[in-house]
Design a protein around this ligand. Structure first.
Ligand code: SF4
Ligand code: SF4
Length: 428
């Protein structure tokens, strides 16, 4: 049984079975069954493409509501750096941090601060002997899950440093426990303000058995309006940002890689582009000097997440303005620091899930492959989606796997009818 808990779900009442989403899903995880979109949870990577594309708003990301968590006595907000790109005319990050305090948080711990730490540790890690290169960033959970499903040979290329969100959550919790001994640990709630659905799934599942330090995930789009009215009050900031240009730069594609001050990097965004890059690495066709690869499933990076408000390119431009007033970084390592702290290193890499394997037996797989090929040749090859599968090839595979009946292709049915009619005409 699949135990992966996804955050992308279907609102059945709104789904018309229009098939728009099945063609956009990069892992072919959606089928139309009984007139509704059905997500194969083994294949879904929570990229959010189906949420973006659905014309009926039938797909959504599950998140928590801030106001439902009144039982925490100390609430810490973890804003993702993309949050600072959502506000028109923002000049000072501190205004957003103060807004978070004004809507009811007791403390703010910026994910951008942890991002600056990850940058510094990644520079150290890249100098380590005998590591697999290019090192692939671990920050985008969609990419990590995609590697576990489709590119298992690249698993050891993933940067074994926890993503900034997780380091921020761990540090924020430790800080609150240290500074508030009067509270029990379970009375402290760490709230991540997320730009995307995949981070919600990461927090709900972790990697193989690892439990996240984030207690609650709130959608950036939900908190935006609360924040906007709080910020309009114009309370002078009582909290100061602890991040610089580097930390804020992580919100946009290329920000993580350029911060490494190493020219041998590649950065790509958009899920299809990321898949192409991973295929190229897997095939060994990348320049040998490439050291680091930053991949963001969303166009523009985290500013393009489905739970943001603003157009990613506008958000990116705004962040450039905000960054202009910041120091390069506020989180440099001390010169004597020459290793990555063990608590920030993770061994819990995504487990390989062979979603494309037809059968555990090689002989049976080959038999099924040949059947799929035969069936595919009999199909029209127009990938219309009317059968409920994204392509004719996928329909042939679904049929051979026994998931659907092979008589669902309306083109084949029409052709068969025409032939029968023609024969009947000939007979008359
Ligand atoms: S795009 Fe997918 S989820 Fe949206 S209405 Fe069409 S079939 Fe349903
Ligand atoms: S979230 Fe992405 S992978 Fe999952 S069903 Fe939607 S489009 Fe497919």
């Amino acid at each position: 049984m699949n135990s992966y808990r996804h955050s992308v779900v279907l609102d059945e009442d709104k789904c018309t079975g229009c098939t728009t989403c099945i063609r956009r899903c990069p892992t072919e995880a959606i089928r139309i069954l009984n007139g509704k979109a059905d997500i194969d949870t083994d294949r879904c990577i929570d990229c959010g493409e189906c949420i973006r594309i659905c014309p009926h708003k039938a797909k959504k990301a599950m998140c928590s509501k801030f106001e439902h968590y009144t039982h925490y006595k100390w609430k810490v907000a973890l804003p993702a750096p993309a949050l600072f790109g959502q506000f028109n005319g923002l000049e000072d990050i501190d205004d957003v941090l103060q807004g978070l305090i004004d809507i009811g948080f007791d403390e703010v711990y910026e994910v951008a601060k942890a991002a600056e730490q990850v940058t510094a540790y990644t520079r150290l890690y890249l100098k380590t002997d005998h590591i697999k290169k290019p090192v692939i960033s671990s920050a985008c959970p969609v990419i990590s899950r995609l590697i576990s499903l489709r590119f298992p040979y690249l698993k050891d290329n993933i940067l074994p440093i926890m993503p900034p969100m997780e380091i921020a959550a761990m540090s924020a919790k430790q800080k609150a426990i240290r500074e508030h001994p009067e509270l029990k640990p379970e009375e402290i709630g760490v709230f991540f303000i997320s730009p995307c659905a995949a981070k919600v799934s990461y927090i709900r599942n972790g990697y193989s058995g690892f439990k996240s330090n984030v207690d609650v995930v709130i959608s950036m789009s939900d908190i935006y309006f609360l924040l906007l009215s709080a910020m309009k009050r114009g309370n002078p900031p009582t909290v100061g940002s602890q991040t610089g240009m580097i930390g804020i730069g992580w919100a946009s594609s290329g920000g993580e890689a350029t911060a490494l001050l190493n020219d041998n990097y590649l950065s790509a965004d958009g899920i299809e582009n990321c898949i192409q890059v991973l295929e190229t690495i897997e095939n060994g066709n990348i320049p040998p000097q490439l050291e680091f690869v930053e991949l963001n499933a969303c166009i523009g990076g985290c500013v393009g997440g489905v739970m943001t408000i603003e157009n990613p390119f506008i958000a990116k431009t705004r962040l450039q303005t905000v960054r202009r007033y910041l120091p390069v970084s506020r989180n440099f390592l001390s010169p004597e620091m020459n290793f990555v702290p063990p608590e920030f290193v993770t061994d819990d890499m995504p487990e390989y899930k062979p979603i494309t394997r037809l059968s555990d037996s090689m002989g049976e797989s080959m038999r099924m492959m040949s059947q799929i090929q035969q069936l595919k040749e009999a199909l029209p090859g127009i990938d219309c989606g009317a059968c409920g599968s994204p392509t004719c090839r996928a329909f042939a595979e679904d049929t051979v796997r026994g998931l659907v009946k092979g008589d669902r292709c309306c083109v084949v049915l029409q052709n068969a009818e025409k032939k029968t009619e023609a024969k009947a005409d000939e007979g008359n």
